[in-house]
Structure formats: structure tokens, C-alpha cells
Design a protein around this ligand. Sequence first.
Ligand code: SF4
Length: 415
Amino acid sequence: MTRRVRIFPVPASRRTERVRVVTTAQTQELDVQPTPLALLLLGREADPRSERGVECPGDLPSPSDPDLVERARAAKEKLGNKVFVLGHHYQRDEVIQFADVTGDSFKLARDAAARPEAEYIVFCGVHFMAESADILTSDDQKVVLPDLAAGCSMADMATAEQVAECWDVLTEVGIAEQVVPVSYMNSSADIKAFTGKHGGTICTSSNAKRALDWAFEQGEKVLFLPDQHLGRNTAVRDMGMSLEDCVVYNPHKPNGGLTAAELRAAKMILWRGHCSVHGRFSLDSVNDVRERIPGVNVLVHPECRHEVVAAADHVGSTEYIIKMLEAAPAGSKWAIGTELNLVRRLANRFAPEGKEIVFLDKTVCFCSTMNRIDLPHLVWALESLAEGNLVNRIEVDKETEAFAKLALERMLALP
Ligand code: SF4
């Protein structure tokens, strides 16, 4: 009898559970211990837990296939103006070479909206970015994410249910009316919609201070989602608040792990979320690089922990980091605290100008989910579109879109 067992990657909390065992003769439920490390091959079959229930049945070539670059080029040429490929700064080089435009998530979404003739927007980034592009583009434009498993660990740290529960807590404590939600761009469409519905705004790492200034004109407190570090760094470093003005709401604890008195006293209620890439940099990384490279300038992203930001020489978004390096004098030395693909590209770009650029940490640190978008997936998506098959479409439902747009429009109207 042929027997096929589908085993999914299993979170630690669910290591023992019922899995479906399919045989040619019967289907039965058995209690078995799944192998936690077993993963589906990329693009073969579908994993409803990591791929959000959407089929991705592509037959992908190996990443080392020498014809891939030519196939991507040919498919893109065949699609012509019908396709517009967006490449996030943290993407791999072999993918970014096919991007029509590069940038951070918000810039890319706006670039896509400015190209209405492009029927297909292929987003080489992560899931929340593709959602934002769908929200900001017209109904005729279809946004495609080449691998549906390209999520964002930070965005996944705030679910709609958890945030609704948090709002109930704030209501019970009697402070919800004083609270304005401010959500980082790196959040799901659901969280953006929650923000719009409750009078709040979205922010990016470039305009977080302006968004918070605006929010404190509307109310007395801010609920900042989902990145605690960007919220804390902006409040303390840029707005003169103290660390004591901030509390951290932990969605895994009753009442966020906070007392009513703590919630009432706080100005900034920070969601307990973080970026797995930027959260890795530590004070030791900063001290170590200063010892290794005398005279080095430490330049970090505001998603880094507060002690790292406090010890750095400069802090700013990816666009800020790029501009800072463009303006840097020859002979200057820089240690950069952001995603490795970008740092490596910047190091290669500015080396001929005599600028020495290194990664802040000794440990290599890519954004693993962003790296799910590889050349085989891009080729598969482009070839499918060229053959008239719309694959891996990311589509936000109309109600969510309307409220999320409201929050995004408030951001666009910030002074
Ligand atoms: S770098 Fe961090 S915030 Fe950006 S996509 Fe990766 S996990 Fe998410």
C-alpha cells in the first residue's frame, strides 16, 4: 500500500497534534509526533500554515539552474509594460537585478500606484508589503508575491484578535478614548485597518516622529504597533520622553502583563513586537566594532534595541542610511546596523570611492523571510503571468482596504 504523510513545520507549542495520514485506500486521523524540522520543498505542494492557505503548485527549477536569468529576462520582456517589478532594499542581488524600481515598502507601493498601465505588480518583498501595494494600487492592478511564505516575523507579532483584545483592556481600564493608535508600515492590512477605524495613523521609520507629534495632538496616549523599538526610540530619542513614559503590552499575558495603574500612567503603550533582524544587534556589537575599527561611524536603523540606538553615532531609515553613505567623505569608515543584503550592496557600491563599510555584527544576519523570494520563484511567477496564469495574488478585502487606506491617508496628510 502506498502511504504518504504530509508533515508541516510545527511551532514548539503544538509539537504533538493530530496530523492527517493519507493512504490510497483510506483516510484516517492518527496521533503521531511530527518531525519539527521537516519542510516542504519550496514551491512544491502547499503548506496552509505558512502559505496562508493559497496554492503554490509551481514546478520550480533548482536555484543553480544557469538558464534562470535568461528565463526571467525573457518572461519579463514578453510581459512588457504589463508587469512592474518592485524590489525591496533587503532583497537578494540575483532578484534585485530584475526590479524596475527599488526602495522601502512605502516608496515601492507608491511607485506601483504611479504605474497604472502595469496590470501585474510583482512584489519582491514580504507579505505585508504586497498587501500595502494592493491597498494603494487601483482595482485593475493585481499584486503578486512570488513566494507566499515570504512573511514578516514582526508583522506576525500583532494579530487582529490580539489587538482587539488589547483595545478591550484599554476600554475596561477607561483610557481607550485617550489613546490614538499609531501603526508601523510593517504590519498586516488588518492592523492598518484597526488603526484607521480607531482614528489612528500609519508611520514609516522616516516619519515616525511626525506621526507621533500628530497623534499626541489628537489624544493623550499612543498605542504603538507592532515594533516596540521604533516606538520607544522615537519617543525617547526624538521627542524627549523618558523610558518610564513607555510600557510594553505583552499580548501573551492577561491585560498585557500590565496593571491598570501602569496603563493609566503611560504615555506610550508599546506593543511587544520586534524585527528579528534588527533585534539581533547588541551593545556588544557596537563596542566590538569600535574596538576593531578605530574611528568607525556606527549607523543603525531605529528598529534596533534602545541601547544600540543610544550607543550609535547616527540613526535612520534605510533611505537615510543610503543618503548618509552617499554623502560620506572618501576614507570614512562605517558599521551599519541593518539587513545584510543591503549592507553588502552598499559596501560594494561605495568601495571604489574609498568608503569602508562593514556589517555591524560579526554574525551574518539576513532577513530569512525576505530571502524566500529567490530567482526560481521570480521566474515561476513571471513565466506564469506571461502564459496568462495569475498566481500568488495578494488581495485585501474591500472593508479592510477602506479602513487601512484611511490610516495611510492620514499619514500622507501629516504636516
Ligand atoms: S527585516 Fe524585519 S521587519 Fe523587515 S521584513 Fe524582515 S523581519 Fe520583517
